[in-house]
Each structure stands twice: as structure tokens, then as C-alpha cells.
Design a protein around this ligand. Structure first.
Ligand code: CA
Ligand code: CA
Length: 157
């Protein structure tokens, strides 16, 4: 088994600490050594996920960034049990799962992902901005007609 935790890094230090909550419902993919998705899951109510590995080999885990979040700091500190393995590209570096890992009762449960809450994207207000856009569109239209007329005139000469 590999896993296990996707959490909201409240202080953005890349370290799991008391009071920092797990994020439920995050889509997680298991990738094989050549980057193909071979299993998918979502984090549970506590932000935990797990994949049962049946073949030794090289793997990576990809995490979908939840709405309103950015990927947190990776590989902070020295304790891999409480750091984030998620690179800014959205997946972890490849890691090896050995037969010994597969046989151990708790497996490798240090493959974690930190996310930092930013803000939900703001919906632009209609009004002033919309008027400006209309003006811009009108301007482009006039320019287009001008170019069209210009090219026609040249052709008829
Ligand atoms: Ca933290
Ligand atoms: Ca970790």
C-alpha cells in the first residue's frame, strides 16, 4: 500500500502540523514507470488515499489541484512522513516500490500532497468593464473594415 495524505497547509511551510485539515474529494492517479495512469481514486473525508501495489517497480502519484488552491511547498524539512511530495507540475517524482515494501504491513505512507488555499477566482463585474470591451470590439470592427476597404482599393488600382 502507498499513500496517504492530502492536506491544506495553512501556514504554507510544506509541513503537516496539528490543526491542518485533510482535503476530501481530491482526485488522485497512480502512474506507472512510463507515466501511464494505472489506477485512480479520490481522497476520503479525512484527506487520506491509498493504492494497493501488486508489482514492484517505479511509480508516481498525480494529484488534481482543488478549486481555489495552489500546490504547496515540496520536500520541506527532513521528515518525509510529514512533508509534501507533490512537485509544482502536479505529480510526484518517481519512486521505487520494492517487494519488501509490498510485504510490509504499512507500506509506504509518505507520499503526501500539500495544497495552499489562495482564493476562488473572482467573476469580473459587468458594467464598466463590459462597456470597455464593447468599445474595443467596435474599434476592431472598424479597423477590420478599414483594412478590407484598403485592400479592395489596392486591388482595383
Ligand atoms: Ca504546515
Ligand atoms: Ca511525504
Amino acid at each position: 500500500m502507498i499513500g496517504d495524505f492530502v492536506w491544506e497547509d495553512l501556514d504554507d511551510d510544506g509541513i503537516q502540523e496539528a490543526g491542518e485539515p485533510g482535503i476530501p474529494g481530491v482526485a488522485v492517479d497512480l502512474l506507472n514507470g512510463i507515466g501511464d495512469v494505472i489506477a485512480s481514486t479520490v481522497t476520503d473525508a479525512n484527506g487520506n488515499y491509498g493504492f494497493e501495489i501488486t508489482d514492484p517497480g517505479s511509480y508516481s502519484v498525480a494529484f488534481d489541484t482543488p478549486d481555489g488552491f495552489d500546490i504547496g511547498l515540496e520536500f520541506a524539512g527532513t521528515d518525509e512522513a510529514i512533508d509534501s511530495n507533490l512537485l509544482p507540475v502536479g505529480f510526484t517524482p518517481f519512486f521505487d516500490v520494492t517487494v519488501a515494501d509490498m510485504l510490509s504491513s504499512d507500506g509506504n505512507l509518505t507520499i503526501d500532497a500539500a495544497f495552499v488555499f489562495v482564493e476562488l477566482p473572482e467573476i469580473p463585474e459587468t458594467g464598466a468593464d463590459a462597456d470597455r470591451l464593447a468599445l474595443l470590439a467596435g474599434g476592431l470592427l472598424v479597423l477590420g473594415i478599414g483594412l478590407l476597404l484598403g485592400s479592395r482599393r489596392r486591388r482595383s488600382e
